[in-house]
Design a protein. Structure first.
Length: 100
């Protein structure tokens, strides 16, 4: 977990998470995909939840860039003043996504 941001009304949280995934789990399929060259990918995702952690759900994700271009990653997540969207910087542009 990289960032957790409290909503303006104090009832919800926005979470920025990093995860390494290959989409196949850790079973036979994952081993077969690895054998054929599929590599795990690092993902950055935005999630929202209630303050107690309930209703935790993803509102968007992006493949993480290589470390040498890390400034292009999703950063500076924050809620809009009305608490209906989460904004963030990505590749030097301001983005906003619904938090519902």
């Amino acid at each position: 977990m990289d960032e957790v941001v409290l909503s303006p009304d104090g009832k919800r949280l926005a979470w920025k998470l990093h995860a390494r995934e290959n989409g196949a789990g850790s079973g036979l399929l994952a081993r077969l995909l690895a054998y054929f060259g599929a590599r795990p990918r690092a993902m950055i995702s935005l999630w929202v939840s209630r303050l107690d952690g309930s209703d935790f759900h993803e509102i968007g994700h992006e493949e993480a860039p290589p470390m040498h271009v890390w400034p292009e990653a999703i950063r500076e997540a924050q809620w809009t003043p009305d608490g209906r969207h989460v904004s963030f910087l990505f590749q030097d542009a301001l983005w906003t996504v619904p938090a519902e």
